[in-house]
Design a protein around this ligand. Structure first.
Ligand code: ADP
Length: 449
């Protein structure tokens, strides 16, 4: 097992990883930007190294800085969390070259999954249904016309290197096609450094359902059931739950088995999430795979009893899946609300000093957060400041519990999305489990703005 791990991240996930390390008896090193000097992850780690100015490009994304912090502190491994360098194949390679274990999949697998059109092809060839779409990157107008004819309208043009819900364009009719293609390419170039795009059928009322997986270094992969993440605003998840209200045992077993088989062929190691869209008729299609731990991992932890971060660490240290995962008992229902520092009506980020931070507790409530009273939320990073997660014996109990926990959660000094979450939880369609990815647009009575 590792002696010392560096956590190449900030906020709640850095704290979450440090907690897992503490429980495993592993020493921890935090890295931080000048804006995060007083952060909880810095205080809670055994050692901490400043890696640069506030801007992520100069600190959390700065590979030489992160690696030199790891070398100075003599760590055995780096946990990248999510975002930042977590899906950067080059970073994983540099770790390898520096003889530091990267806690995640191999650089080759990260690269494959990072090219979404390639991941689609790969999964399709391994027997997992993908959204009908182009065979790969669309290389010019002729291919665009051909693919559009094959797919039909509406279709969606997506950046091959896309992520975070960015770089997508829906095209409703032929006349819009060329313009959308060109805009998508230039947006992709700007956001992701490559203009590559591909096209898929646009599913009009999909549900987003994803499978959590873990793979060890001995060829074995396991799935830990699914999460439903259809409550989104602008393709960004707001509420996640497990199990999905529309997944039954047979389906879970069949699809789970397909996913596991495909990933064993790929040689997938460590934690990952395989994302699907479910059509209104119940068809379910692969859209992408995220080769890292995800924000919403706690809902899976609560319904399986597995500590996913500890499992990641143990797998990276070479343990086999059975030992790393331990006993898995599916029970109950878990829901997570992402609490963002933003205006609940305009969605404008709300940075500043938190004056009151009173987190809820009680039976079945978990709060993953690095926020505290008097903390300053800097404007440079993601606006998510806390995750409120509850577990109930069933979905109805989880909803009741989440409602009361949201009521108890007091954050003052900045604006948060708590009022929006209250509205979501109070909605009758949500309660009935009848929703799709456009739920928020309907709730807000507009385009989700
Ligand atoms: P990202 O990598 O940016 O998260 P994804 O491919 O995972 O992008 O898609 C994010 C979200 O965008 C999905 O959850 C869904 O809401 C929407 N989306 C993506 N592809 C389609 C599609 N083919 N049809 C309808 N909605 C889609």
């Amino acid at each position: 097992m590792f002696q010392k791990i560096l956590v190449a991240n900030r906020g709640e996930i850095a704290l979450r990883v440090i907690c897992a390390c503490k429980e495993l008896g592993i020493s921890t090193v935090a890295v931080y930007s000048e804006a995060d000097r007083n952060s909880l992850h810095v205080r809670f780690a055994d050692e901490a190294v400043c890696i640069g100015p506030p801007r992520s490009s100069e600190s959390y994304l700065n590979i030489p800085q992160v690696i030199s912090a790891a070398e100075i502190t003599n760590v055995d491994a780096i946990h990248p969390g999510y975002g930042f360098l977590s899906e950067n194949a080059n970073f994983a390679k540099v770790c390898e070259a520096s003889e530091i274990t990267f806690i995640g999949p191999t650089p080759e697998v990260i690269e494959m999954m990072g090219e979404k059109d390639r991941a689609r092809r790969e999964m399709k060839s391994l027997g997992v249904a993908t959204v009908p779409g182009s065979d790969g990157v669309i290389e010019g107008e002729d291919q665009l016309a051909k693919e559009a004819k094959k797919i039909g309208f509406p279709l969606i043009i997506k950046a091959s290197a896309g992520g975070g819900g960015r770089g997508m364009r829906v095209v409703h009719k032929q006349e819009e096609l060329l313009n959308a293609y060109e805009t998508a390419r230039s947006e992709a170039q700007q956001a992701f450094g490559t203009p590559d795009v591909y096209a898929e059928k646009f599913i009009e009322r999909p549900r987003h359902i994803e499978f959590q997986v873990l793979g060890d270094q001995h060829g074995k992969v396991l799935h830990l059931g699914e999460r439903e993440c259809s409550i989104q605003r602008r393709h960004q998840k707001l509420v996640e739950e497990s199990p999905s209200p529309v997944m039954d045992a047979k389906r879970r077993k069949d699809l789970g088995a397909k996913v596991v088989r495909a990933l064993e062929k790929v040689g997938y190691t460590n934690a990952g999430t395989v994302e699907f869209l479910m059509d209104e008729d119940g068809s379910i299609y692969f859209i992408e795979m995220n080769a890292r731990i995800q924000v919403e991992h706690p809902v899976t932890e609560l319904v399986t009893g597995v500590d996913l971060i500890k499992a990641q660490i143990r797998i990276a240290a070479g343990e086999n899946l059975d030992a790393a995962v331990g006993e898995m008992n599916f029970s109950g229902h878990a829901i997570e609300c992402r609490i963002n520092a933003e205006d609940p009506e305009t969605f404008v980020p709300s940075a500043g000093r938190i004056t009151t931070f009173q987190a809820p507790g009680g039976t079945g409530v978990r709060v993953d957060s690095a926020a505290y009273a008097d903390a300053v939320i800097p404007p440079y990073y993601d606006s998510m400041i806390a995750k409120l997660i509850v577990k109930g014996r069933d979905r109805a109990e989880a909803i009741g519990r989440m409602k009361r926990a949201l009521e108890m959660f007091v954050i003052e000094g900045i604006k948060t999305s708590i009022p929006l979450h209250r509205r979501i939880l109070a909605d009758s369609e949500f309660a009935a489990g009848r929703f799709d990815t456009h739920f928020i647009e309907r709730l807000l009575g507009s385009s989700g703005k």
